[in-house]
Design a binder for this molecule. Structure first.
Ligand code: FAD
Length: 499
């Protein structure tokens, strides 16, 4: 069955599924136990200032225009913001923040609004600062592979721009068509290529950010090595808009690989998944770009709800492996030898492999589109967890047993190469009682296995109250001191991360 690439992998050209819109989500402030901070409300005099700064066309106050900024990607959270501001330059961001800080108006920085933990969605009536018009590439040093751009550039656009110049963006994720580099940096997004390129703390060479008081911080030096003083840019990588608004980013990009192979494999058990992963590292570590796992219920969800098709039939587990390198012949031989050896050792039951980009993309859809299928599966409690590999799938089994018939699907998929599982629990509809049945139990279990309750999505609004489970009181204290120093009025993204 290997190399069965001639079989149609996925029916291409099918109708594109529109997201099923859940009935309007309730206001977050009504669903969750949260109290509005002591901020001022936006009034006419504030609007007049914003109008004079940005002009009418870059301010949204009409409630129907505000919908997509107030409701998160999953359509589970709803803020009550009355205003979206769309600056184009750092100077405008600086003036907005200076004004909001002075008038004690809370703000919510927003990029592509694809975050999974409600970090960018206002909770009450925060002023939304959207970076969507800050979408210019500033420069590309092709020889050094350094791309500098404004924070609102969409990830996919950046990668396409680089592809034309034989370079690759080190970050890739399912939301690439909408998420923005400023949002990626602010969440320290992980995604599908961390195994090969590492995370953004390594790849972001520099950035510019605006503090709550409007002061612009220039960390845009683009040296790979620069040990002059504290490495403050890292404070903004992963701080989810609570310490400042990122306005510019410089990223180290590598040459685009010349060869690509994607294998999709069926396996009998999670133990076999692990054996296959260790074997992949032994046999082809230098070309391994991604190693992703999908369990049977996840596959069932994505194939049944989005009409995709497994190219290899049904198995308890699936693995998607991507390799990239600079020598097609060498890489193909390595991949084939690895697959043959896995078959011989009975690590895998079946599989298909392709070196054709369009077919590889088809296979990737099975993995990348799983979050899109959530929308057709009732209410999904989503967990983004890091675990030592020995316990990686055990948590899914535990939760399945714990939930019993209270849920209709407990499933896991994710970046096993990074020890990161996305564990989902689908129930008919949201209820605070169900939430308290699952949380904090699931986080205690995660801790028991030495895991982290947020691998790559951040704490945002949804996980903020569990920060104490992951960080010591001393660490939280230091975080609070940093926040207090950088944003003394607490205007930046209140109710998120630190609560
Ligand atoms: C289908 C799908 C697949 C996904 N896959 C992955 C994945 O593989 N890996 C992963 O890590 N995530 C993944 N995500 C989550 C999400 O895409 C990432 O967190 C992404 O980095 C968010 O970028 P964004 O521009 O949409 O940010 P937003 O959602 O707009 O914001 C996210 C956070 O960053 C803050 N923020 C945004 N822009 C700025 C700025 N300029 N300055 C300061 N703060 C800012 C917001 O306030 C918020 O706290 C996925 C999401 C979807 C919908």
């Amino acid at each position: 069955m290997l190399k069965n690439v001639s079989r149609a992998l996925l029916r291409e050209g099918r109708k594109v599924y529109k997201h099923k819109l859940h009935s309007k989500p309730n206001f977050t402030k009504n669903n969750y136990d949260v109290v509005r901070g002591n901020y001022n409300y936006v009034e006419e005099e504030h609007l007049n200032y914003f109008r004079s700064l940005l002009g009418e066309s870059r301010i949204f106050t009409d409630l129907s225009d505000l919908e997509k900024y107030n409701v998160d990607w999953n359509r589970y959270l709803r803020g009550a913001s009355q205003i979206v501001l769309k600056p184009k330059t750092t100077e405008e961001v600086s003036k907005i923040l200076t004004f909001c800080n002075h008038h004690r108006l809370a703000v919510s920085p927003q990029g592509g609004h694809t975050g999974m933990v409600g970090g960018a969605t206002p909770v009450f009536d925060e002023v939304i600062i959207s970076t969507e018009l800050m979408n210019e590439i500033i420069s590309l040093d092709e020889k050094a592979g350094i791309l500098t751009c404004l924070a609102g550039c969409v990830l996919q656009n950046l990668d396409e721009y680089l592809a034309e110049r034989n370079l690759i963006f080190p970050l890739d994720l399912g939301a690439k068509g909408s998420c923005q580099i400023g949002g990626n940096v602010s969440t320290n997004a992980g995604g599908l290529r961390v195994l090969k390129y590492g995370n953004l703390h390594g790849n972001v060479l520099g950035l510019e950010a605006v503090q709550a008081n409007g002061v612009v911080l220039d960390f845009l030096t683009c040296h790979k090595k620069d040990n002059t003083g504290y490495h403050l840019k890292h404070l903004f990588i992963g701080s989810e808009g609570t310490l400042g608004v990122v306005t510019k980013v410089a990223v180290q990009c590598k040459l685009r690989p010349k060869s690509l192979h994607v294998a999709f494999l069926g396996l009998q058990s999670f133990d076999k998944v692990l054996q296959t992963f260790y074997k992949a590292k032994q046999d082809m570590d230098e070309i391994l770009t991604a190693f992703e796992v999908i369990d049977a219920p996840s596959m069932d969800l994505v194939t049944s709800k989005l009409e995709l098709e497994s190219p290899i039939g049904d198995y308890p587990f699936y693995v998607l492996i991507e390799t990239t390198g600079s020598n097609e012949e060498h890489d193909e031989e390595k991949v084939n030898q690895f697959l043959e050896s896995c078959l011989k050792k009975h690590h895998i039951l079946n599989g298909t492999v392709t070196g054709e980009i369009s077919k590889a993309r088809g296979i990737w859809q099975l993995r990348e589109k799983i979050p899109e299928a959530f929308k057709y599966d009732g209410y999904v409690f989503m967990y983004d967890i890091s675990l030592p590999l020995d316990h990686y799938y055990k948590l899914v089994d535990d939760m399945r047993e714990y939930m019993g018939d209270k849920s209709h699907r407990v499933y896991g998929f994710g970046h096993i190469g990074d020890g990161n599982i996305h564990l989902q629990i689908s129930v008919k509809e949201f209820s605070p009682e169900m939430k308290s049945f699952i949380e904090p139990y699931i986080f205690h279990q995660t801790k028991k296995y030495n895991g982290s309750i947020s691998a790559e999505h951040g704490m945002g609004f949804l996980k903020a109250k569990y920060l104490h489970m992951m960080k010591t009181p001393e660490t939280i204290n230091l975080m609070k001191n940093v926040k207090q120093m950088m944003d003394p009025n607490g205007i930046l993204n209140p109710y998120k991360v630190l609560v």
